[in-house]
Design a binder for this molecule. Sequence first.
Ligand code: UT7
Length: 335
Amino acid sequence: MTRTKIRAAITGVGAFLPEYRLTNDELSTMVDTSDEWIMQRIGIKERRILKEKGKATSDMGAAAVKELLKKTNTHPAEVDLLICATITPDMPFPATANIIAHKTEIHNAWSFDLNAACSGFIFALSTGVQFIESGRYKKVIIVGADMMSSITNYKDRTTCPLFGDAGTAVMLEPTIEETGIMDYINRVDGLGQHHLHMKAGGSLRPASCETVENDEHFIYQDGQTVFKAAVSNMADVAVEIMKKHHLAAEDVAWLVPHQANMRIIDATARRMGLNKDKVMINIQKYGNTTAATIPLCLYDYETQLKKGDNVILAAFGAGFTWGSVYLKWAYDTPE
Ligand code: UT7
């Protein structure tokens, strides 16, 4: 007797974006930069910033989960597991996933955080897939949320134009149709750790007056090294998953790349042989929202996605971490 393969399918997407828009013109009053430089070198016009006092990553994640529950007609008690990908937790512990579950009245589930920086959504999605494919769970929520403004140094022109804040959530459910997550390839290389990290605030260098004075609680990035590693690894892994599944460029409906730099997105699409009209791009509106970029693209393009579309997700981030997911979109959304 052959057993029907259970796959995990994304059955809905929710998102939250803070109202405040930090434009390139405003950034130019804070550091020595210009709209022209940022548009040419990065491709970002504005980014959203969570300004309200007392609000944090969990609030954006919870707002996205609430929208997702509504869109998918799910009662919070039905949720089995919530995984939150973030590098800007509300606090080192407890997990932001626990706080989001509390804020959304998800009381019958367990939850945990996953730290893979800009690859966070892909790593968390790949993790969630296991619980569905095994038959253990029916509803798993993957949150990708980051309040990058809380760790961005607005005196450092080499990093402050890059990042924005957002919260997102997707629902994973079982399907026996030929849709859902078909495969993933994920990788890490700890040799990259020093090129993109936060130097202090962990057990290696606990917070002290000295770490604060030295600006060690902000993002540190060696931009050019990260750029080169991102271009080669993101494209390699996306091409690898296409080859593994015998997908030619014309078989791919959409590439959903991590939104870090327009030039990295272009290079990845070129290596895959894809025209730009098959690439989801919203970097100009939101910048790099770390774990939220890929689901935020799915959210923005949801009505254009058709059931059965071959979709490739690809990301690269601190760690270094990188990965690619091949999925067949599972539903049509009315315009
Ligand atoms: O998502 C996680 C992964 N992160 C990424 O993928 C980011 C990867 N890195 C990048 O996207 C790019 O390296 C940056 C956007 C961060 C920088 O672009 P770049 O083309 O690599 O610039 P650069 O660092 O080589 O700097 C070129 C020049 C420098 O001036 P000099 O030394 O040539 O006089 C910088 O000081 O541009 C200057 N510069 C700026 N000028 C105006 C750097 N930042 C700015 C700025 N405005 N904001």
